[in-house]
Design a protein around this ligand. Structure first.
Ligand code: GLU
Ligand code: MG
Length: 450
């Protein structure tokens, strides 16, 4: 769609405001709205934004980072292909934006541009066309006196849980499908009030875009039911965490061959897939700074919570950071994919997926080999057994993860200095801010941010 077509569509749908949305370095979705009168111009030229915003934290503090202060502007320029009529707010449209310099160049601290660059690299260097799906868990809750409470105490996969949430889930499904997001599965998850509703995979950039529209939709519809959809990794310490598992596979350009699949090899994994996965495992101690991106993330990454606490891979192993999903019978090639479990919704999806691709490409480049698979819960193994499958614990704090990222030159080079530098400055500001506060403050501040 062109800008003119988007504006026409918005007008004929009676839209009054169009949200120009982006996800910032700290995983918060922010934006500005355009009125309808001069929408075409803003769609083409963008809306101005202070360039300090990529140094802004989830607590609305400005992290100290050179060149990101009160002086200077960028433009939020919509990608018209991402325009939707937002069913969760009156007379509203939503479009996702690129951050662009005043000279019309990609802003070097833009996360969406980073993912575009990684997608292009995978295609250009390896003829790998990445498909991905973000698979979020979230918790429906009420709020009274500023305190969030789970919607119900229903159990995992229970029909009683389906009934409690049926009204709001029905409206969410309708709203997602109205925006072209095809719902795959839905069920109440283990935690009280916890839900999992997955949408179909898409080319990598579209998958990250959809994850933004998805969160906007889920949160917006829930609110119309007087409910709060919490995407925090661990809203309550005594309840299951909310993962956002990241599924991916690499395809031929024409989309006919899943290049991660080889029926002649163990677990149907092609050599390319194994090298890609080995790259991920190699970089994982740093990569989690992008995929498990908040202080709260590390409350979730605990052993024996099915969230993944160890740097291992395994076939259908839900305690492994990388799970090779068993393919669907007679649709093996179409369905074969790998899942990163060490991933949650406090991350910026563009950075998380871009980081996954950068790490995977490095594995291919270096021809890395996978260690033996974890075929059982790695937490139950002896130290010797864990050593045999290289099962290190994942970082246990954001501080440890960001420290690893600082030393991971492959990921830093892929991100580029401005993006990597501002990202780490923001995370370090969060680490310092939460270190001087208690657990209740951390839980409350993370609950409804992402
Ligand atoms: N809630 C678990 C997590 O934090 C995932 C449970 C599952 O779907 O296997 O990742
Ligand atoms: Mg789940």
């Amino acid at each position: 769609m062109t800008a003119v077509q988007v504006a026409e569509k918005a007008r004929s749908a009676g839209i009054r405001l169009v949200r120009f949305l982006y996800c910032d370095n700290d995983g918060v979705i922010r934006g500005k709205c355009s009125g309808i009168a001069d929408l075409e111009t803003r769609l083409e030229r963008g809306i101005g934004l202070t360039l300090a915003m990529q140094a802004f934290t989830m607590l609305d503090h400005l992290a100290p980072y050179e060149g990101m202060g009160p002086v200077g502007e960028i433009r939020l320029v919509p990608d018209p292909s991402t325009f939707v009529i937002a069913p969760y707010a009156p007379h509203t449209g939503a479009v996702l934006v690129d951050m662009v310099t005043l000279e019309g160049q990609p802003y070097p601290a833009d996360g969406r541009d980073f993912l575009k660059r990684m997608v292009a690299r995978a295609a250009g260097e390896r003829d790998l066309h990445m498909l991905a799906a973000f698979e979020p868990e979230w918790t429906l809750s009420t709020r009274a006196d500023g305190v969030y409470q789970p919607l119900d105490e229903s159990g995992c996969f229970t029909s009683t849980g389906m009934n409690t949430a049926a009204g709001v889930i029905d409206e969410i499904v309708e709203a997602l499908e109205a925006q072209g997001m095809e719902v795959e599965q839905y069920y109440p998850e283990l935690g009280w009030g916890q839900q999992e509703l997955s949408i179909k995979h898409a080319p990598a950039l579209a998958a990250a875009d959809r994850h933004i529209h998805y969160k906007e939709t889920v949160r917006g519809i829930a609110l119309r039911h007087g409910l709060f959809a919490l995407f925090a990794p661990k809203p309550w310490v005594d309840q299951a965490g909310n993962g956002c598992h990241l599924h991916f596979s690499g395809w031929s350009k024409d989309g006919t061959a899943n290049r991660f699949y080889d029926q002649t090899q163990a677990y149907g994994l092609s050599t390319l897939a194994r090298q890609f996965m080995a790259g991920l495992l190699d970089h994982l101690p740093a990569l989690v700074a992008l995929t498990c991106a908040s202080v709260n993330s590390y409350r979730r990454l605990q052993p024996q919570t099915w969230a993944s606490a160890y740097r291992v891979w395994g076939p259908d192993n839900r305690e492994g950071a990388l799970r090779v999903a068993s393919p669907t019978r007679s649709r093996e090639a179409q369905s074969a994919n790998v899942e990163l479990k060490a991933s949650d919704s406090s991350s910026n999806p563009y950075l998380a997926l871009g980081g996954v691709i950068a790490a995977g490409l490095d594995g291919i480049e270096r021809g890395l080999e996978l260690p033996p698979p974890a075929t059982t819960d790695p937490h139950l193994l002896s130290d010797d057994e864990r050593r045999m499958i290289h099962a290190d614990r994942l970082p246990q704090s954001l501080e440890e993860a960001v420290g690893n990222l600082r030393r991971d030159q492959v990921l830093i080079d892929a991100l580029g200095d401005r993006l990597a530098g501002s990202y780490m400055a923001v995370k370090e500001a969060d680490i310092a801010a939460f270190a001087s506060e208690d657990q209740a403050f951390e839980l409350r501040q993370h609950a409804y941010k992402f």
